[in-house]
Design a binder for this molecule. Sequence first.
Ligand code: THU
Length: 162
Amino acid sequence: MQEKKIELSFITAHLSELSEQEQQLVANAKSSLKTAYAPYSGFLVGASVLLENGEIINGSNQENVAYPSGLCAERVALFYAGARYPDVKVKKIAVSVHSKNFEVTEVVSPCGACRQVMAEYEEKQEEAIKVILHSPTDEVLIANTVEDLLPFMFKSPLLKKH
Ligand code: THU
């Protein structure tokens, strides 16, 4: 038996410390909160994806009365980016949140399903995706790669018979 350790790395910062481009991406995510459809949770999420071609794709969470039919903001944005620009790499994703019911004071980390989807695109494009999580208080948490958000991820080679 052997205990092993893994190291994860992330950066915390104030929004004002980010580059102009990243602040713009966060501004897009914040502005996408307006398009969230979240009548059941009152929890609004905006996600903006920056592509290698400079395009920004915006998404927001879309809920449904049959709860599991809804989709998180991150997957709305990433799936649309994948459908619209299948061969263009994803450079960064920014996520912003707002609750209608309480004050959110911390960054909100993407759910496991969204991390898995981010991880798949990262693996497909063989290049890291930078994840920028933004709180309503303008604190940000940055992971330079999705791998740091999802250790032990299920990867496509695991599907193949060796
Ligand atoms: N939600 C997201 O859009 N992204 C996340 O990473 C976490 C949760 C949404 C799903 C649902 O509409 C609401 O937030 C409450 O869970």
